[in-house]
Design a protein around this ligand. Structure first.
Ligand code: NAP
Ligand code: HSE
Length: 425
């Protein structure tokens, strides 16, 4: 069974290593040896830390596309172009495709799946969400009988690694990001991780499959972790919370709710102890109840595990001439709920003038927008300026944002330092 790799970076190298190291057991499970016949790279001269026969490397995609013996194309290059053209061309030629590329699936999953279905070939993308954790196939197969009500998860390894380092070791944000990059967790452009876009892409994919409706990337509300400070992490700890970048998707009667943002969750919440590069996805279905998937969400070998599992699945079907796996499952058209309509509790940190009447004016502004305060704590004061931390009761997002605008306009408020949603209690 001949396969071609497009890319020999972190994930491609892992797939090469895994197919080589476990060649015998993989061949037994598939029913044929799985051989890497070609590898597309940009720079064949680059040292990749893995011993690859130089004649396998090519810079010409035509060498792969035109080879009728290559049945499976494994796209681990990343980005939209030229990955989209390459994947589409492979499907059109009747080759199955395995990809770990969430940018591609989130933006073009529908058309690619339609092409795969039309050609009766597989388009598999388990590695695109949560690295080594099996989540796509469980949603499409094992949990398919359920109506999925909710998905909540830590689905970006880089930001979870950064937040863990900042929380437990006091590591500076940029240093923690550099470590995550050195470990191969981060995207080529790490701002996609830090600003929440990578998690949003994964959430769009998960919500589309779980709720059987196409959730476009631009309908996901996104806020990253770049504004989270060591102070917020410390205050969260004092309040018995931890801060995590969560992806939250709910199927509600008013529409689908999809959002990615830093979230304070209680220390005893199951997601609170998911640290380092680990990811976890909590799923609630009407029949199964609650299930949780946990494992390494990024990195060479965990992602290679998911990608290689897909290669083996596709290989078995090519060998046996079996029909392709289930393709597009988006048969419904559900509206997306505007973010202003969601409800949450909020943590707010303000820098204010330390003088009588200030708290009352802030409480009045919140009250004007029906935001009810659960607790108010004064943290620091230098006699002139004080830092206060507040936690609200559950309130609609629109009311909260309007209240913050009123608060910001008060002459006694110097700065709204941060506003972080609180979930899970
Ligand atoms: P990477 O380390 O940057 O590797 C990308 C590889 O693709 C490199 O070998 C590069 O070749 C090759 N490439 C890129 N553009 C090319 C082009 N136009 N023509 C030919 N070759 C090209 O990336 P990665 O971390 O392995 O990620 C690959 C994909 O997996 C991405 O979609 C990513 O989102 C996804 N993913 C990554 C992880 C992770 O933990 N890293 C986890 C899950 C999913 P050169 O080496 O010659 O430049
Ligand atoms: N950059 C991604 C992450 C890779 O950190 O989770 C896995 O998709």
């Amino acid at each position: 069974m001949k396969v071609a790799l497009l890319g020999l970076g972190t994930v491609g190298r892992g797939v090469y290593r895994l197919l080589t190291a476990n060649a015998y057991s993989i061949a037994q499970k598939v029913g044929a040896a799985v051989e890497i016949a070609r590898i597309l790279v940009r720079d064949p001269g680059k040292d990749r830390g893995v011993a690859v026969e130089p004649s396998l490397l090519t810079t010409s995609y035509g060498d792969i596309l035109e080879d009728p013996e290559i049945s499976i194309v494994v796209e681990v290059m990343g980005g939209i172009r030229p990955a989209l053209d390459y994947v589409m061309a492979a499907l059109e030629r009747g080759k199955s495709v395995v990809t770990a590329n969430k940018d591609l699936i989130a933006a073009h999953g529908r058309e690619l799946l339609q092409e795969a279905m039309a050609r009766n070939v597989d388009l598999l993308f388990e590695g695109s969400v949560a690295g080594g954790i099996p989540i796509i196939r469980p949603l499409k197969h094992c949990l398919a009988a359920n109506r999925i009500r909710e998905i909540m998860g830590i689905i970006n390894g880089t930001t979870n690694y950064i937040l863990t380092k900042m929380t437990f070791e006091g590591t500076d944000f940029l240093e923690a990001l550099r470590e995550a990059q050195a470990r191969g967790y981060a995207e080529a452009d790490p701002s996609a991780d830090v600003e929440g876009l990578d998690a949003a892409r994964k959430l769009a994919i998960l919500a589309s499959i779980a709720f059987n409706t196409r959730v476009a990337l631009d309908s996901v509300f996104v806020e990253g972790i770049s504004r989270i400070t060591a102070r917020d992490i410390a205050y969260a700890g004092e309040l018995n919370y931890v801060i995590k970048l969560l992806g939250i998707a709910k199927d509600t009667p008013e529409g689908v709710e999809v959002r990615v943002h830093p979230t304070m969750i209680p220390k005893n919440h199951p997601l609170a102890s998911v640290n380092d590069v680990y990811n976890a996805v909590y799923v609630r279905g009407d029949a199964v109840g609650e299930v949780m998937f946990y494992g390494r969400g990024a990195g060479e070998m965990p992602t290679a595990s998911a990608v290689t599992g897909d290669i083996m699945e596709a290989a078995r079907r090519v060998l046996h001439g079996a029909p392709a796996l289930v393709g597009c499952t988006c048969f419904a058209e559900k509206p997306v709920k505007p973010v202003g309509e969601i409800e949450s509790k909020y943590y707010v940190r303000l820098l204010v003038a330390d003088r009588p009447g200030v708290l009352a004016s802030i409480a009045y502004a919140f009250g004007d927008k029906e935001v009810s305060l659960a607790s108010v704590i004064q943290k620091h004061s230098d006699g002139e300026r004080a830092e206060i931390v507040m936690v609200t009761h559950r309130v609609r997002e629109r009311n909260m944002q309007e209240a913050l605008q009123l608060v910001e306009r008060l002459s006694s408020v110097y700065q709204v330092g941060s506003c972080i949603r609180v979930e899970g209690d």
